[in-house]
Design a protein around this ligand. Structure first.
Ligand code: GLV
Length: 326
């Protein structure tokens, strides 16, 4: 029997995942190492039953209508804001993603970014490699303590809980805000549910871990920053558009908060230019889950679920399988 045709929007995944995909499907990979253009996507997807896409590919109704045989969209990542799930459900297309496997790596990155921002690590590194280190100076790169401070988490899901768990080692008080309280997360971490205003007012380190939804979009702007502590640090490892980037620049320049560490951006991959020039800012290129082990596990999970759906089996992680087949 002919294998189902699948489009992968990047030239390669990871060896094990590529091997499995090639064994089970007739896979076509996007040929170049840059995001597939809309035009290329619309053409390449026309005869495909499966699509394995990246977080930066926007998959909307128009794309789906260019792929009349499409049965499954497998997203290489946990966030699903790049896919119109409702449009997929209406067309009977199953969407899958990769939650769980990236939780610990992303929580680690959240901490790395928090500590790098609090202790000005990249700035100190640059200073050193530029040959400016002329011996210990008592006022050089003064950062912020973590011990005894309050960690605020905006979005206490799997990753938020893993982040909060790590705070125990730093003897931090943990508070969080979510759409709904998360009793299980509280039990694991000792975190306390607070209102959004309390989160703003009380956090010394406020970490955004939430997904991008109509409620979280643009949630942090100048009004929110002005309610935060003057020496607070904002970390964003969720989605860039939760923060109004221009207003964050204003807040940092105006001393409303002390510093910021960002792994995600409002108009990714564009970055508000002035952010690049500020002293107490650490910027990363969306690498939350970027470890060899985790990215390999994500690719395998994405391929396995794609293959499951193509075989008519239930995928492990789908936001719309039950609606379509339930
Ligand atoms: C990363 O941002 C993901 O959603 O997997």
């Amino acid at each position: 029997m002919a294998k189902p045709k699948v489009l992968v929007t990047w030239p390669y995944l990871f060896p094990e995942a590529d091997e499995l995909l090639r064994k089970e499907t007739e896979a076509t990979y996007h040929r170049v190492e840059r995001p597939i253009t809309r035009q290329e996507l619309m053409e390449a997807i026309a005869d495909k039953e499966g699509l394995l896409c990246m977080l930066f590919d926007r998959i909307d109704a128009e794309v789906m209508d260019a792929a009349l045989k499409l049965k499954v969209i497998s997203n290489l990542g946990v966030g699903l804001d790049n896919i119109d799930i409702e449009a997929a459900t209406q067309r009977g297309i199953v969407v899958t993603h990769t939650p769980g496997v990236l939780t610990e790596a992303t929580a680690d990155l959240g901490w790395a970014l928090l500590m790098a921002t609090a202790r000005l690590i990249p700035q100190a590194h640059n200073f050193t490699v530029e040959g400016k280190f002329k011996g210990l100076r008592y006022h050089l790169f003064l950062g912020k303590d973590l011990v005894g401070k309050t960690l605020g988490i905006y979005g206490m899901g799997r990753i938020g809980t893993a982040l909060a768990r790590r705070a125990k080692g730093f003897k931090m008080r943990v508070i969080y805000h979510n759409r709904h309280p998360n009793p299980q997360g509280e039990e694991i971490t000792g975190a306390r549910y607070v209102s959004f205003q309390e989160l703003l007012r009380e956090s010394d380190f406020l970490v955004i871990v939430a997904p991008l939804t109509p409620e979280t979009q643009g949630r942090f702007g100048i009004e929110e920053f002005s309610q935060m502590k003057r020496d607070a640090i904002l970390i964003n490892i969720g989605r860039g558009a939760i923060v109004r980037e221009r207003e964050l620049v204003e807040a940092l320049k105006g001393g409303l908060i002390w510093g910021a560490g960002l792994d995600v951006y409002e108009r990714e991959p564009e970055i508000e230019r002035e952010l690049l020039e500020l002293d107490r800012v650490v910027l990363l290129p969306h690498i939350g889950s970027a470890t060899v082990e985790t990215r390999t596990a994500m690719a395998l999970m994405a391929v396995r679920d794609l293959v499951r759906v193509l075989k008519g089996e239930k995928p492990q992680h789908s936001p719309n399988w039950d609606k379509i087949r339930g």
